[in-house]
Design a protein. Structure first.
Length: 317
């Protein structure tokens, strides 16, 4: 072993050109024995290992780093904050109010005030307060699914949202059928018995609403506002105005306003059946919670919207 070997000479030993007295000349290399020096016949790593100073000067390879993933891909997608308080109020009011039950409700007269007051106290207001509290605590996109999943797991969360979805599968065709059949009386009464007209009209409306939702929450909220105002609020106010006009013209009122008629007779089976229907009238107030995450300030806007909707629905119904 040589007493001292320079790092440059070791690294340069495999080259056929070696500097001698400042001049470069080709050195004869034996193809069988290598460059000729015994110390240079060993592998390069072994030669470098004999000189730790050289190893310290060798550049160490940098550890490979995985490619960085953009933060936008790691964060869950969030809906745009485009819903106002008014839009939330109209969406919720459209869910829990309707006009098609007015003929059956009129039969019970003055006792409707007591029945709906009872339903509001034991069902409507508690449902509204619970929905507002849960939507405030978990202001995420998902509504009932998020609440049940957080409390009981994903399986029961799926069951809850599936039940909410499957009822719409039955409810949408029925309510659209009522809309189409009632609308035919305004321009062509004979079409209310045409099954193909009803079928095509129902599917046309259903697909129009579906395509409208594809344009984003802002567009769908405007559709909900227009449908609630012209399909819920204005018709109810119009019917109420016609009733006042009927009485104002001197016609006798068809309702007896007295304390005896305020409280219904719960011994009658038909009255109990109607109370069950009154509960169903206000059902679904929690359905709008799936849109709470799209509100500009869910923790403030959604509780205000759902309490306002409950009050409006109670007055209109």
């Amino acid at each position: 072993m040589i007493p001292s070997v320079d790092a440059r000479s070791i690294l340069h030993a495999n080259s056929p050109l070696v500097g001698v007295h400042g001049q470069n000349r080709r050195k004869a290399v034996n193809p069988r024995t290598g460059p000729g020096h015994p110390a240079l016949a060993r592998p390069l790593d072994a030669r470098l290992a004999a000189h730790p100073a050289i190893l310290r000067r060798r550049p160490q390879p940098r550890p490979s780093r995985p490619p960085e993933i953009p933060r936008a891909m790691l964060e869950p997608s969030r809906p745009k904050k485009s819903l106002t308080v008014f839009a939330l109020v109209m969406i919720t009011t459209g869910i829990i109010t309707s006009v098609h039950g007015a003929p059956s409700m009129a039969e019970y007269g003055f006792s409707l005030i007591f029945i709906y007051g009872l339903v509001a106290v034991v069902f409507l207001l508690p449902s509204a307060l619970i929905s507002a509290e849960l939507a405030t605590g978990w202001p995420e996109d998902g509504g009932v699914y998020v609440w049940v999943k957080t409390a009981f797991g994903e399986r029961l969360g799926f069951v809850a949202v599936w039940q909410q979805w499957i009822e719409n599968v039955i409810w949408f065709p029925s309510i659209l059928t009522v809309m189409v059949v009632v609308a035919t009386y305004g321009f062509a009464p004979g079409l209310n018995q045409d099954p193909w007209f009803i079928f095509l009209s129902i599917n046309g409306l259903f697909w129009a609403l579906t395509i409208g939702n594809l344009f984003g929450m802002r567009t769908s909220s405007w559709v909900a506002i227009i449908c609630t105002v012209f399909g819920r609020i204005l018709p109810i106010i119009f019917l109420f105005g016609l009733a006042l006009l009927f009485v104002n013209r001197g016609n006798p009122a068809q309702i007896t306003f007295s304390w005896d008629t305020l409280v219904p007779d719960f011994g009658e089976t038909d009255k109990l059946t109607f109370i069950v229907g009154a509960f169903l009238t206000f059902a679904g107030i929690e359905a709008s919670a799936s849109n709470a995450a799209s509100a500009r300030n869910p923790r403030r806007d959604y509780p205000v919207a759902i309490i306002s909707s409950a009050a409006i629905a109670l007055v209109l119904v």
